[in-house]
Ligand binder design. Structure first.
Ligand code: GN1
Ligand code: MG
Length: 354
């Protein structure tokens, strides 16, 4: 049992606790009480997020903003305050705990089981983005500094290779070379951001389909979850990360790279849902959507590779080569995107004109 849940105003006494092993960063538990009430309790990983208060302040600020808006609401999960009115429970031993009421009849999907699922995912993230387009993004703190600053991720990868802390450099020469050869393209979005060519908005930044709750019966998206990385960013990051994960033909850690590629049909489905739900995107942002997918994929692969080189400090793993397998799928996806680049651009153009 995780007794930390008793720091929150819950119905009944905790009776059962099940760990949900889905995210790679925080530990998540489903707690059921003796009255049948259910809660999600999360232990925020303070290695990844040393500044938990920034997360919770950001979330509170955007919740207030969304609550004051009218119209169709892109629901996002709301956390509950602790019994003493705090946004999370600091256990004094480095643990930061937060909770929310389990959403009845909701499910999380590790992959879209139909086009409709992926379309709903696109709409959920598109609406989230659109509803916040007038929120002053500069008022939010950076929950992880330089989170999607791809040139900085390259620097961290080089550093991890130079330090070779886990003695694994010899295993990854080919992968390292693959990433480094693509630095110019991978850094383009950050350069555009720095030059003010793309607007900085409030973005979710971790738009895997498993960060959306779906209604188990209707299969409509209910809300977005995992708000740790909500901060200033580029809209194309949110589009891109969702494609990286959800439009791949295989799991993020598939060992058989022959199975890994970009599903252009799913790419179109997501593009359609995202553009429909987020009419505030500028032409420049729309034109950069394929580059968003490319950038998020190579960046995520670089992060997995750097973590492998460091000895798996950041992402949780199930076996020693897990991060290397994850990095390899991302690079395979990149190679496939390079082949399909013209088609990706054409699809975005066609969907924009619809
Ligand atoms: C992490 O926490 P989770 O599993 O939703 C990571 C993302 C990566 C993703 C790769 C805060 O997301 O950036 O893209 O793993 N989140 C953080 O699966 O680093
Ligand atoms: Mg998650």
């Amino acid at each position: 049992m995780r007794h930390e849940i008793e720091r929150f105003p819950i119905d009944g006494k905790p009776a059962a606790c099940e760990e949900i092993r889905r995210g790679h960063v925080n530990a998540t538990y489903l707690i059921t009480t003796d009255t049948g009430a259910r809660y999600i309790l999360q232990d925020v990983n303070t290695y990844a997020f040393p500044r938990t208060y920034v997360i919770m302040d950001n979330v509170a600020a955007i919740s207030r903003f969304l609550a004051a808006q009218s119209g169709e609401k892109p629901a996002m999960i709301s956390y509950i305050d602790t019994l003493d009115g705090k946004r999370y429970y600091d256990d004094g031993r480095g643990g930061a705990w937060r909770a929310y009421r389990y959403v009845d009849n909701s499910i999380c999907l590790d992959r879209a089981e139909s086009d409709g699922d992926f379309y709903e995912c696109a709409r959920a993230f598109g609406m989230f983005q659109n509803a916040l387009c007038d929120f002053p993004a500069e008022e939010l703190g950076e929950t992880i500094e330089n989170f999607h600053n791809t040139p900085e991720r390259y620097r961290q990868l080089r550093e991890a290779a130079a330090e070779n802390a886990a003695g694994r450099l010899g295993d990854v020469r080919r992968e390292l070379e693959f990433v480094l050869e693509r630095e110019e393209t991978a850094s383009r979005l950050q350069r555009m951001r720095d030059a003010g060519a793309l607007p900085v908005r409030v973005t979710h930044n971790d738009t895997k389909i498993n960060n959306v709750l779906f209604d188990a019966d209707t299969r409509r998206a209910i809300c977005v979850i995992d708000l740790d990385t909500v901060m200033p960013g580029l809209s194309v990051y949110d589009f891109g990360d969702a494609i990286r994960f959800g439009a791949s033909t295989a799991a993020e850690d598939e060992k058989d790279l022959g199975k890994v590629g970009l599903d252009l049909h799913l790419f179109r489905v997501f593009t359609r849902g995202f553009l429909e739900a987020c009419p505030s995107l500028t032409d420049e942002e729309i034109a950069c959507l394929p580059l968003g997918a490319y950038t998020m994929t190579i960046e995520c692969g670089s992060r997995f590779l750097a973590d492998y080189l460091k000895g798996d400090r950041y992402f949780s793993i199930d076996y020693p080569e897990h991060n290397l397998d994850r990095a390899r799928t991302q690079f395979k996806l990149i190679a496939d995107m390079e082949k399909k680049w013209d088609e990706m651009r054409r699809i975005v153009e066609e969907e924009r004109k619809r």
